[in-house]
Write a protein that binds this ligand. Structure first.
Ligand code: 4AD
Ligand code: MG
Length: 465
């Protein structure tokens, strides 16, 4: 008999029919006449209640039914008298696939801390919270592809192993097959890579942007969506060493086109969650963050503030003059800390802010210089609870200006010739951005630590599972 997924079982047409369900036990309760088992198969946050009439089953048969055990039940689907559920199954046959010893199975009913569950990352998808988060993660990935596909963007695959440092911040993980116990060095003590696998120093990419620009200047509009890596030693609730990034790149786009795209895209994704992840969002709203759904609805219906950095600094300086205390100093030229970003978004404007025109010295080499010679056309999208969710820019399309920045910033040139060719042959104005997928998920799920929106987080001192 064909299995029915629990997500499909609450269809009123199925009432009265015999169904077959398979899943993991969430709980069991009852008395000597009747036993109730809540079964979940991961297809939805909802459990189906299985009713065992103890005139038909023995205690011995039901004994292995403890939290975490896996079952196959066939029975009749009937309307339920119980509160909060529409249907339940009157069990006729029971098959136990696997038991879960209550003494040692760590995912008991309730009350585990997020820290505890992180140590059990191999089993936490079986909890309600992580089931909800990972279903939403899937739906967000679908939303992203749908948005770009419908807007005529091509999904372009950029390499994971690379020899260039897009952000120029030197936060790369090396990829090598060299014997680390016996490294060949030149007279200055520098490692010789000639005999390494790629014949040069190679790393895991921090961003697909540079190759994305090659594609945009050929296919027009592209996006990447893949893993990226940063060896930054930041132990914060918003940083991962391995995270997923979405990077659209658009030929012929200017700053205003870029901001329009950022805003439309992010609203589309949040709307998608509101429409396609209702049950999971309601669960998270009840259990994790009572303001979640309200906040999501607010963001999709509000117009984002567009704010030049220089004006942002003025607002922050006024706040400081008015008695507001920040941990880090505010001055023109400073790189905004998350406390500054959150002040602007959560307290001053009370809506998302797209900040633009940053001082050139705190941004990457590829950003287009403004006429003032001091600021560049970079944009960060700042969100409530999160801070920076998107980083993007108009790209410097002028070969000479780009070269000047590369030299001023000491960007290693020898591996960049192919990138510079875009400016040498048929260069065009273009722009793009990077959205941190896990930052988006933090916002959409209301979870507060980025380690809890990716199945197996990679952070300093942690590569378990
Ligand atoms: O601002 P970033 O560093 O920008 C770039 O990498 C550009 N090349 C993107 C582009 O224009 N195509 O990173 C972009 C976004 C950030 O806004 C943030 O959401 C996320 O990536 N991000 C991280 N997410 C999790 N952990 C980290 N360590 C992250 N670093 C950046
Ligand atoms: Mg950034």
């Amino acid at each position: 008999m064909k299995r029915t997924k629990i997500v499909d079982i609450f269809d009123p047409q199925l009432i009265g029919q015999q169904v077959s369900v398979k899943g993991w036990v969430r709980s069991r309760r009852g008395n000597k006449h009747v036993q109730f088992v809540a079964l979940n198969d991961g297809s939805t946050i909802k459990n189906i209640q299985i009713v065992f009439d103890m005139a038909k089953f023995t205690d011995e048969q039901l004994k292995p039914i403890t939290t975490g055990a896996s079952l196959h039940v066939i029975g009749q689907l009937v309307e339920s008298m119980g509160k909060g559920q529409t249907a339940e199954i009157q069990a006729e046959t029971l098959e136990i696939y696997g038991t879960a010893d209550p003494e040692t199975y760590p995912m008991q009913k309730k009350g585990h801390t997020m820290e505890f569950l992180r140590e059990k990352a191999h089993l936490r998808p079986r909890t309600n919270t992580f089931g909800a988060v990972f279903r939403i993660r899937h739906h967000m990935a679908i939303a992203i592809h749908k948005f770009f596909h419908d807007h005529g963007f091509f999904y372009f695959h950029t390499p994971i192993i690379t020899a260039s440092d897009c952000e120029g911040a030197g936060q790369m993980f090396q990829v090598t097959t060299k014997n680390l116990y016996d490294l060949k060095k030149d007279e200055n003590g520098s490692i010789i890579y000639d005999d390494d696998f790629f014949g040069k120093q190679a790393s895991l990419t921090v961003s697909g942007q540079l190759e994305g620009e090659l594609a945009a200047t050929a296919l027009g509009s592209i996006y990447t969506f893949g893993p990226t890596f940063r060896a930054e030693n930041s132990n914060t609730p918003r940083h991962l060493a391995e995270f997923w990034m979405i990077e659209p790149e658009v030929a012929f786009a200017d700053l205003s086109d870029l901001m329009d795209l950022e805003e439309e895209f992010i609203k589309y994704c949040i709307n998608w969650a509101l429409e396609n992840c209702k049950d999971d969002l309601e669960f998270l709203n009840n259990m994790i963050d009572k303001g979640l759904i309200e906040r999501l609805k607010e963001v999709v219906s509000t117009e984002f503030v567009r704010l030049p950095y220089t004006e942002g600094i003025k607002i922050l300086e006024e706040a400081v003059a008015g008695g507001k205390k920040f941990e880090f100093p505010v001055y023109w030229g400073c790189d905004l800390a998350s406390e500054h970003e959150r002040y602007l978004v959560e307290e001053h404007f009370k809506k998302p802010v797209i900040m633009t025109d940053y001082p050139k010295d705190i941004k990457a080499f590829y950003m287009k210089m403004n006429e003032d010679g001091k600021t560049v056309q970079g944009t960060d999208v700042l969100f409530p609870q999160i801070g920076e969710i998107i980083g993007g820019s108009v790209r410097e399309e002028d070969y000479d200006k780009l070269m000047t920045r590369i030299e001023e910033m000491n960007i290693p040139m020898k591996d960049m010739w192919w990138y510079l060719d875009t400016r040498r042959f048929g260069t065009v104005p273009h722009a793009g951005f990077g959205l941190g997928f896990e930052r988006l998920l933090l916002f959409v799920t209301g979870m507060t630590n980025i380690r809890d929106v990716i199945p197996f987080p990679r952070t300093p001192n942690n590569a378990e599972f």
